[in-house]
Design a protein around this ligand. Structure first.
Ligand SMILES: O=C1C=c2cc(C(=O)O)[nH]c2=CC1=O
Length: 513
């Protein structure tokens, strides 16, 4: 969440997080790369518009008006420069001066060659075990951030992949209201609201960027899992991809997969909620996964159908009041999976993204834990592909993305929690190939026809056929008539000559000639 250079008592006290680009000149001399025109240190802009009625504890949560509880000054970068010290490039740009355009292609995981699959799995594992070079996480709430002695900032190193896990946890954690009090749970900065698609888009972009840097390969792209193929099995759960099922425990991953060795972060939610602590980088048990195995909930033993994606893409309004998990006719609530695929809200329904999570039935189906299962990455790249197709089809129509009264964290101009430097939901509401430097190699299913549409098409087809038959019959009659008319005079003539000249000896032809 914050650059390592800012995790100090001085930085927190000053509220300033504007690290140097060239620290060699001495601390504070090249904040945000100002000496080379990369950027400058400015006041953070926050969203102060009202939020929706779900959150009732204003003043009690560090994530309100993110990120000002921690810092109120940040780098603002010029042109295509970006990052916490303006030392990197905006998505879609690369090179020393960020002037080279790039396009990263996100492909279907099942289309990767054996060697590409091996490289992707290895890259994920490398991210799991490599300390994030720039970012550290807060392990205490703001009021305890200086530590028990008031002089020990409570931040920790974390691996690149675990940072991805932790960011998701931090965005969904409950609001701590004090020891002995129930934490407040109707708060979620990344789900059940319009920011669902924008937040998860940035979350993936950040992992992709971190992995590109780790691999020193600016062309590395995250693949996707098409979870709506019409099958109800986990087709990516094989040992060369996300890991097959263990032969010894149905809810574990096979030992032939490196993911059986991964350990899970942020498991102790009861502790966090009762003690007011925050998940840290300590790992716990293994990833649990039992696809289609939730016998108590048959509805989540299946995956979405291709038809569901096609229907969802026909919902043309981005979001509808109350901009929450009970919104109806909302594309966002449909792709998130609280509405049926045609957009109608139904509290009993789980579809698309939610259904894919619940189908996994284990670590990947619990919101505070789900990114621990690497399938999360692939499930969300596919969800993002659907969002990008919606943006393309409806010309990124942002008019129904609320500026205010969305659930806290979800207003259009809100800085997404817990990312640094600050980035608003608005900034992710753009078509990816043109604005963010990546695209999906994907073909979208056509929608099957509804009964009424089939009846209409049958009637129209029948009418056209009848019209064609009538037209053909008319043509034949006319052609025959024309032919008859063409031949008629000759015959009449001939007949006349024949009858005039016939002497009973000469032939009719002779008489005509
Ligand atoms: O990790 C997640 C798990 C989820 C479960 C549901 C549900 O609909 O019950 N939704 C989820 C979203 C997640 O991100």
């Amino acid at each position: 969440q914050f650059p390592r250079q800012c995790a100090t008592i001085e930085s927190l006290r000053s509220g300033k997080c504007c690290p140097d680009y060239f620290p060699v000149f001495g601390p504070g001399t090249d904040q945000c790369g100002v000496s080379t025109g990369r950027g400058r240190c400015v006041q953070v802009t926050v969203d102060s518009r009202p939020h929706g009625p779900q959150y009732i504890h204003d003043g009690r949560d560090d994530r309100e008006q993110w990120p000002v509880r921690f810092f109120n000054q940040t780098c603002r970068c010029n042109g295509n420069f970006s990052g916490y010290n303006c030392g990197s490039c905006r998505p879609g740009w690369t090179g020393p001066t960020c002037s080279q355009q790039i396009n990263i292609v996100r492909r279907n995981l099942l289309d990767l060659s054996t060697e590409e699959r091996r490289r992707f799995v290895n890259a994920l594992h490398q991210a799991k075990v490599t300390i994030h070079p720039d970012i550290v996480i807060a392990t205490r709430r703001r009021e305890e951030i200086f530590g028990p002695d008031g002089n020990t900032p409570q931040f920790e190193n974390i691996s690149i992949y675990n940072y991805f896990v932790w960011s998701h946890y931090y965005s969904v954690r409950k609001t701590f209201l004090g020891a002995g009090q129930q934490s407040f749970e109707r708060v979620d900065f990344s789900h059940e609201g319009p920011a669902f698609v924008t937040w998860h888009r940035y979350h993936l972009l950040q992992l992709e960027r971190d992995m590109q840097n780790m691999l020193q390969d600016p062309t590395f792209g995250l693949p996707y899992w098409n979870f709506a193929t019409g099958q109800n099995t986990c087709d990516i759960c094989s040992d060369d991809l996300m890991g097959a099922r263990s032969n010894f425990d149905v809810s574990l991953i096979s030992q032939n997969s490196i993911f059986s060795q991964w350990r899970v972060l942020c498991e102790s939610i009861e502790d966090y909620d009762s003690l007011g602590t925050i998940c840290n980088s300590t790992e716990g048990g293994p990833i649990r996964r039992n696809p289609a195995g939730n016998v108590a909930r048959p509805m989540v033993q299946r995956l979405p159908q291709p038809e569901d994606v096609a229907l969802c893409l026909e919902v043309g309004i981005f979001d509808t009041p109350p901009f929450y998990s009970n919104s109806t006719d909302s594309f966002r609530n449909t792709v998130e999976g609280y509405s049926d695929p045609s957009g109608k809200y139904d509290p009993a329904v789980r579809s698309l993204h939610n259904l894919a999570h619940l189908f996994l039935n284990g670590t990947g189906g619990q919101t505070h834990l789900s990114p621990n299962d690497p399938i999360f990455v692939l499930l969300h790249t596919f969800t993002d592909a659907v969002f990008d197709e919606w943006l393309r089809r409806y010309s990124a129509d942002i008019s129904t993305y609320p500026l205010e009264n969305a659930p806290i964290g979800h207003n259009r101009e809100y800085n997404m929690v817990p990312f640094w430097p600050p980035v608003t939901n608005n900034e992710m509401f753009v078509t990816a190939p043109e604005n963010l430097g990546y695209s999906y190699d994907i073909e979208w299913p056509g929608r099957a026809l509804r009964v009424t549409e089939m009846i209409t098409i049958a009637i129209v087809t029948a009418l056209i056929l009848v019209a064609i038959v009538f037209a053909a019959a008319a043509c034949i009659v006319r052609a025959k008539k024309n032919r008859d008319e063409l031949h008629q005079p000759l015959l009449t003539d001939q007949y006349q000559h024949y009858s005039d000249d016939y002497d009973g000896i000469s032939t009719p032809s002779q008489s005509v000639v």
